[in-house]
Design a protein around this ligand. Structure first.
Ligand SMILES: [Zn+2]
Length: 304
């Protein structure tokens, strides 16, 4: 198996997780973060199955975002074999659901959209896009329910569903059917990667935040607590007991700052404030000097 595009955590999820430790998110923001996180964990679990059961003759491209005219669409995973494009949408639902034509019904009686609708739309858009590029490859599309406790009543064997216990068989079957990957298939892979859009702007979906508003301090790398005992070399968490070296603690705060405030310059004064004045300015300057390139404009120094 050749992995041409690995999966990365969405930038918006990274930012929400960082903010969650330094401010109080609203319940809808927390809900949104939890949905994104569950989705991502499901996709990562799916990747691990794929790696385990599909060793030969396939190209895998994850997180594909494409545009056809002005319509954008996303695909969790694409697998290319010698003669077929497999499209996978991964759902991390857990618990009991019943399959209806237009929707799924949860055990609590709540209706959610049948993911087949989204799958059909995505497959149709991808097929049109391949035709537009003059690349032809039959598409087979599936919804993978990855959570081990998921049950779907009234599913038919003609539905495009794959359940966790079927993944091994599915990948084995595909593996046996696939021959050597040809240049034609590589061309499709290259085109898909080339045309994959960057993540869409997400600023509007984020809560309002500013440097002043966020809690300052060094955060435990394990539980996110700000309650640390700092010694010369280490910071020990009073909540979970995890001990981490000062340089690791400090550099992860610098990375968090860069993610949250990409426009801001890194200076030792600013990092002194950001870390809740828990480290001396001299120590911060030493740590920054050891890791980052120093740039000076007049009197001020910042780090790249
Ligand atoms: Zn901790």
């Amino acid at each position: 198996m050749e992995l041409l595009k690995a999966r990365a955590k969405a930038e918006i999820l990274i930012v929400l997780e960082l903010l969650d430790k330094r401010m109080t998110l609203s319940s809808s923001e927390k809900q949104y973060m939890s949905t994104l996180s569950k989705g991502f964990n499901g996709e990562v679990l799916f990747d691990s199955y794929m790696e385990k059961y599909f060793p030969t003759n396939a190209i895998v491209i994850n997180d594909v975002s494409l545009m056809l005219s002005s319509t954008s669409f996303q695909i969790d995973s694409i697998m290319l074999t010698s003669d077929t494009l497999y499209l996978y949408e991964v759902k991390n639902y857990k618990g009991d659901f019943t399959n209806r034509i237009t929707h799924f019904l949860t055990a609590a009686g709540q209706e959610i959209e049948n993911p087949v609708n989204q799958l059909s739309r995505t497959a149709m858009l991808l097929s049109k896009l391949l035709r537009k590029w003059n690349l032809t490859l039959p598409i087979k599309s599936f919804i993978v329910f990855i959570h081990p406790t998921f049950i779907l009543y009234e599913a038919k064997n003609t539905d495009p569903f794959i359940f966790p216990s079927q993944l091994k068989y599915h990948f084995n079957t595909v593996s046996h059917q696939s021959g050597t990957i040809t240049n034609k298939v590589y061309n499709v892979a290259e085109k898909l990667i080339k045309e994959t859009q960057k993540e869409l702007p997400y600023q509007r979906q984020l809560p309002c935040y500013s440097f002043e508003l966020l809690k300052k301090g060094l955060l435990c790398s394990q539980c996110g607590s700000l309650d640390l005992t700092i010694t010369t070399k280490k910071g020990e968490c009073r909540t979970c007991g995890k001990s981490t070296s000062i340089s690791v603690l400090f550099l992860s705060q610098v990375e968090a700052f860069k993610t949250l405030f990409p426009e801001s310059l890194i200076t030792s004064n600013l990092m002194y404030e950001w870390c809740g004045k828990m480290l001396t300015k001299r120590r911060i300057a030493t740590l920054l000097n050891a890791t980052f390139e120093k740039t000076s404009y007049g009197k001020s120094t910042h780090y790249l």
